[in-house]
Design a protein around this ligand. Structure first.
Ligand code: C2O
Ligand code: CU
Ligand code: CU
Length: 484
């Protein structure tokens, strides 16, 4: 058995001191991060409309290029990247059924494709290297697709994801149903972490093999590319938090100080029966729509707090990855209340008609994926192999189908499937609580089996993979053909 010790360094927690002393990136970094990131100036709550043109179309030029950005340490990242000079990239906003046209230009020196995570579009436009040639440095490619479902989605490069997302390449998409109401503050939040060298405050060197296997955890927690933001709100408002986890490997376990979080939607959009969550696990790639009634006190500020989540839990593993954020709860961003209370817009929950598979388990069985790892051999596998040797899965399309993911490893893996939507039905045969909800990404806990179902109504050749980006790069990925 291999034991990774939590490396703890005795750092002063005095404000203003810069942790120092470690010059090798494979030593765990200190926990005193709050000391070297500075709170941002308060900013307006909610997004400013992105690219949407109306008239059934949305058009955007999207340029990936070198871009120095500041995660909140006061130092620009020399190896930073961004879409259109912002981290996250521009919000793409459209109505479901719109024709979305994105002309992507690769102004970096790394070839890449752009993937539209969660959209049920055509495989040719899904932005994976099996279906299109990479866009080479200096070249452009026009993506055109019609998002069929309202919801909150995101986009990111699909080759070299582990390094390109760490450097800042990701963005969000809101697909509206025109009948939806609005919250006073509609706030997309990309949860991300980045691992900085504590002396230079630049992105730390590439991972060692062991870090690659464990997944790269960062030492700065960011909302929308910046640590410790503050959003200005007023008592009485309704706030819709649209959470997405773009981290390489971090599972976020969040709660909002002093407020009730009501889950009103998941990966595939709004759900018909909202539920209250004391805290929420958001795994890499996953999305949650969370409604918050602003019940805080005028003048006060309240943090979204993140709790440590162990990818190797004590029950299933003797191993423990070291988390550079430490074991304590850490603030991510704040809601800063103004002096006045206001009369807010009451939230009207959409009532999508989501068929309930739980009462109607499909008779057709599609496939059981088996996830495994060989820590000593340094590999992660699906169905006993690593990409590109994972056998093709072929299933009939337009047929309600049951699937399983059996995780035989000691570690959590966020399992993601492109192109179709799914409902999680059971974990180890125990039905999951909660209303029917569309998902494309789930946590597969260690030594457990997930059951989920899909109508498989979007035929094509689709990738599936672990969304720990190091694992995806290391071959924990395969292809599924959904026949016509
Ligand atoms: Cu967000 Cu195939 O990924
Ligand atoms: Cu995806
Ligand atoms: Cu994994």
């Amino acid at each position: 058995m291999l034991i990774l010790l939590l490396a703890c360094t005795e750092e002063s927690k005095d404000s203003g001191t810069v942790p120092g002393g470690n010059d090798s990136a494979d030593t765990a970094v200190d926990t005193g991060l709050a000391d070297w990131v500075t709170p941002a100036e308060p900013e307006a709550c909610g997004y400013t409309a992105g690219s949407t043109a109306g008239d059934g179309t949305a058009t955007l030029d999207l340029v990936a290029s070198d871009f120095g950005w500041d995660p909140g340490t006061g130092t620009m990242l020399e190896t930073g990247l961004a879409f259109n000079g912002s981290v996250p990239g521009p919000l793409i906003e459209a109505n479901k059924g719109d024709i979305v046209t994105v002309t992507f230009t690769n102004d970096t020196d790394t070839e890449m494709t752009i993937h539209w995570h969660g959209l049920r579009i055509t495989p040719e436009m899904d932005g994976v290297m099996q279906m299109m040639d990479p866009v080479m440095p200096g070249e452009s490619f026009t993506y055109e697709f019609v998002p069929p479902d309202a919801g909150f989605y995101w986009y990111h490069p699909h080759m070299s994801g582990d390094t390109l997302l760490e450097r800042g390449l990701y963005g969000t998409m809101i697909i509206h149903d025109p009948s939806e109401g609005r919250a006073d503050c509609d706030l997309p939040i990309v949860l991300d972490d980045v691992l900085l060298d504590e002396d230079t405050r630049q992105i730390a060197p590439p991972d060692t093999d062991m870090m690659q296997l464990m997944g790269r955890l960062g030492n700065v927690l960011m909302a929308n590319g910046r640590a410790l933001r503050s959003y200005e709100v007023s008592q009485g408002q309704t706030i819709l938090l649209r959470l997405v986890n773009s981290s390489n490997a971090r599972f976020w376990d969040v709660r909002l100080e002093g407020h009730t979080m009501t889950v009103v939607g998941t990966d595939g959009g709004f759900i018909a029966e909202p539920y209250v969550a004391d805290h929420l696990l958001v795994v890499p790639g996953e999305r949650y729509l969370v409604l918050v009634e602003a019940t805080g006190e005028p003048g006060q500020s309240y943090a979204l707090l993140n709790n440590r989540f162990q990818l190797h839990d004590d029950e299933h593993s003797d191993m423990m990855e070291s988390d550079p954020m430490g074991d304590q709860e850490n603030p991510v961003f704040y809601l800063q209340y103004g002096a006045e209370a206001v009369e807010g817009t009451p939230w009207v929950q959409p009532t999508p008609d989501i068929p309930a598979f739980e009462d109607n388990i499909p008779a057709t069985f599609g496939h059981q994926w088996v996830l495994d790892e060989d820590m000593m051999g340094g590999t992660v596998t699906i169905d006993g192999a690593a990409w590109p040797d994972v056998p093709m899965v072929t299933v009939e399309g337009n047929l309600d189908t049951l699937f399983e993911v059996k995780n035989d490893s000691e570690m959590h893996h966020p399992f993601h499937i492109h192109g179709n939507r799914f409902q999680l039905l059971a974990v180890d045969g125990v039905p999951v609580e909660g209303p029917p909800a569309w998902k494309d990404t789930w946590d597969a806990p260690p030594m457990s089996t997930l059951s989920f179902a899909s109508p498989l109504d979007n035929p094509g050749e689709w990738m599936y993979h672990c969304h720990i980006l190091e694992h995806a790069e290391d071959g924990m990925a395969g292809l599924m053909t959904v026949e016509e």
